[in-house]
Write a protein that binds this ligand. Structure first.
Ligand SMILES: [Zn+2]
Ligand SMILES: [Zn+2]
Length: 247
């Protein structure tokens, strides 16, 4: 066991001793035998998997024979994006705890929901979507890196956070319409040359895909030939919601 893993194990013990053994999301008591004490199995069982069939490029569930509205202008080399669950209920709560409440270890309870996503099969290298330096300082960690690290441990696949960095800070995306999101993120990332040819991006939430698109473009410019991606959650009807916000 590497020293950091041993330190994490010890800290976990201290954390459990300091805190009551209850689920972070529903506050139901959890026993020591349960594999992840932060998110109880009941909360995990209430996450709603993204239903098949999905768009082969962006992973959005297809509506009959209608063409996908999300990825029509994506480069063909960004493909095979998949998300594990809808961003609702306790899945939304898990993301909120991971992102805004400092509970980085929730990622360990989220990663198992992603383990069967197709882009993770084969000899892949995980690349977490990076945060800007200011946001990372404010949060203390990058939530996408925590998810990628949990997946890396779970599936025994390599993670390379050094392959992608933010070139500049960007405005928060939440209130921006799709075109504005894309403009906001254009050139926001820089890839490290001579990285793996088929990296897999890891992010917490898929909304319009603008972040993954900008990150993928940086990896492609740095020499990747195909970029896939996985996210824990996917926003319900992101385009409709954004139209409502924008109008
Ligand atoms: Zn629970
Ligand atoms: Zn699509």
């Amino acid at each position: 066991m590497p020293p950091w893993a041993e330190a994490a194990r010890v800290l976990r013990g201290v954390e459990r001793w300091l805190l009551p053994a209850e689920c972070l999301l529903c506050e139901r008591p959890v026993g020591p035998a349960e594999s992840d004490p932060l998110v109880c199995p009941l909360c995990q069982s209430r996450w709603h998997p993204i239903p098949d069939p999905v768009c082969p490029h962006c992973g959005q569930p297809l509506e009959g024979d209608l063409p996908c509205r999300i990825c029509a202008t994506w480069p063909a080399a960004l493909t095979g994006v998949q998300s594990a669950v809808w961003l609702t209920g306790t899945a939304r709560a898990a993301v909120h705890h991971l992102k805004y409440r400092g509970w980085w270890r929730v990622a360990e309870g989220m990663a198992p929901a992603m383990r069967r996503l197709a882009p993770l099969r084969g000899g892949v290298v995980l690349v977490p979507v990076p945060l800007g330096a200011a946001r990372r300082r404010e949060r203390g960690y990058n939530q996408s890196e925590m998810l990628a690290a949990a997946l890396s441990r779970l599936l025994d696949i390599p993670m390379r956070p050094d392959l992608l960095r933010r070139a500049r800070e960007t405005e928060r995306q939440t209130s921006l319409a799709p075109d504005a999101r894309r403009a906001n993120l254009s050139g926001a990332f820089v890839g490290r040359p001579a990285g793996p040819r088929r990296p897999v991006l890891v992010d917490d939430v898929f909304t319009t895909g603008a972040t993954l698109l900008a990150a993928a473009e940086a990896l492609l410019a740095a020499g990747a030939t195909e970029v896939r991606a996985v996210t824990f959650a996917r926003a319900l009807r992101p385009l409709d919601d954004l139209v409502t916000i924008a109008s």
